[in-house]
Design a protein around this ligand. Structure first.
Ligand code: GLU
Length: 409
């Protein structure tokens, strides 16, 4: 089994070696500040009590409060959460926002729980961890399988326990309960802004063909946004499989079909493909927007996309990175490509604290203004040193982290 934390460390050490980064900084970032494992008792609908395991890894707070989502997934484990927390530290530094890095997870398949059980689990997570959270301490957000509604339960539980009324302890809340306009689409849209800023440099056509793996919040929004901007989304998939259409799909229609039939199977005018086939399609842009370790030593050789836009966290293993780099496939790394979510989360936190409400237009303008210069810098540095954009992004982040007096103090 691939250990995502080992991969994250290899990325960190690999970039540090290229950039001749001070070893003590890299040693420090190879460990989290704090790792918490909790047991969350939940009263189930049948009256029994089930115990769930939860984690919060607080990786680094030298640039601001720990920041990162909480995922609900049966395969969540401490090494995955460690990796995701480290990537958050790099991501917030790449985006140059005043946040650190953290991540949470609960080992659960939420599709097997009722809505009441999910609410009690979400509240239980906060009851187990609230002493370690707070608007100036650690600010969680949604991730895989966690929604704005779940953030609303969490913020409500946090308020009950602490009296905090700012709402700034969690981001990704529903707009009616202190969420930011535009947070829902932010990760997909941020990825699109990064892509759009680099498209010409990457020699890709004005109307590119795109395959999107994953139909959660990130993949669904990304497919829609690419389509709305004149690109041709030829393939989409969920965890069970995908569909392909030469003439392109209408992502909104696909989403609606999936909602009604609970599957992509039988979508009119498309043929069924597996997730593996989707990853190997001959397209301009491949967008992995699901889970880690999708492009590995086993399949990277067969990737035919010209560019990979990583909207998932950790979809490409270090071995696959090397293969893709040698093949000339450009990979826009997760720590840049999917930073839009945490950027708009930071806007939400700022609005909550200032008692402000920004319009969607304002949020999107600010998001673009944050991401485009970083995308250009990463592209430029990668080209100048013939390194991957991942190494360039890590080095950009490490340069910023090195300037923090608090680090290692
Ligand atoms: N879970 C998202 C990520 O991986 C968003 C984190 C946040 O908004 O804090 O970047």
């Amino acid at each position: 089994m691939i250990n995502p934390f080992e991969n994250a460390l290899r990325q960190l050490w690999g970039a540090a070696k290229i950039g001749n980064v001070d070893g003590s900084l890299v040693e420090r970032l190879s460990r989290a500040d704090k790792e918490i494992t909790v047991t969350i008792p939940v009263v189930m609908d049948d009256g029994s009590t089930r115990l769930f395991e939860g984690y919060r890894v607080q990786h680094c707070a030298s640039r601001g409060p720990y920041k990162g989502g909480i995922r609900f997934h049966p395969d969540a484990d401490i090494n995955e959460v460690r990796a995701l927390a480290l990537w958050m530290t790099i991501k917030t530094a790449v985006a140059d926002i005043p946040m650190g890095g953290g991540k949470g997870g609960v080992v659960v398949d939420p599709s097997t729980l009722s809505s009441g059980e999910i609410e009690r689990l979400s509240r239980g997570f906060v009851r187990a961890l609230w002493r370690d959270l707070g608007p100036d301490v650690d600010v969680p957000a949604p991730d895989v399988n966690t929604t704005p509604e779940i953030m609303a339960y969490m913020v409500d539980e946090y308020e009950k326990l602490t009296g905090d009324r700012s709402g700034a302890c969690f981001t990704g809340k529903p707009v009616e309960t202190g969420g930011s306009a535009g947070r829902g689409a932010a990760t997909g849209l941020g990825g699109f802004y990064v892509f759009a800023a680099l498209r010409e440099k990457a020699n890709l056509p004005e109307s590119a063909t795109v395959a999107v793996q994953g139909m959660g919040n990130v993949g669904g929004n990304a497919a829609r946004i690419f389509h709305e901007n004149g690109h041709k989304v030829v393939a989409m998939s969920d965890s069970r499989g995908g569909i392909y259409a030469d003439d392109g799909l209408d992502p909104v229609a696909v989403e609606k079909y999936k909602e009604e039939s609970r599957s992509l199977r039988g979508f009119p005018g498309a043929r069924e493909i597996s997730n593996n086939e989707l990853l190997e399609l001959s397209v301009d842009v491949l967008v992995p927007a699901a889970l880690e370790n999708q492009l590995t030593a086993d399949n990277a050789d067969r990737v035919k996309a010209k560019l990979v836009l990583e909207l998932a966290n950790g979809p490409t293993t270090p071995e696959a990175d090397d293969i893709l780099h040698t093949k000339g496939v450009k990979v826009i790394p997760d720590v840049l490509a999917n930073a839009g979510g945490v950027v708009v989360s930071t806007f939400e936190w700022q609005q909550n604290r200032a008692g402000e409400k920004w319009s969607e237009e304002e949020v999107f303008d600010k998001l673009r203004a944050v991401l485009v210069p970083q995308a250009e810098a990463v592209w430029h540095d990668a080209l100048a040193k013939n390194m991957t954009m991942r190494s360039a992004a890590f080095l950009l982040a490490l340069g910023r982290l090195a300037n923090e007096p608090k680090i290692g103090a």
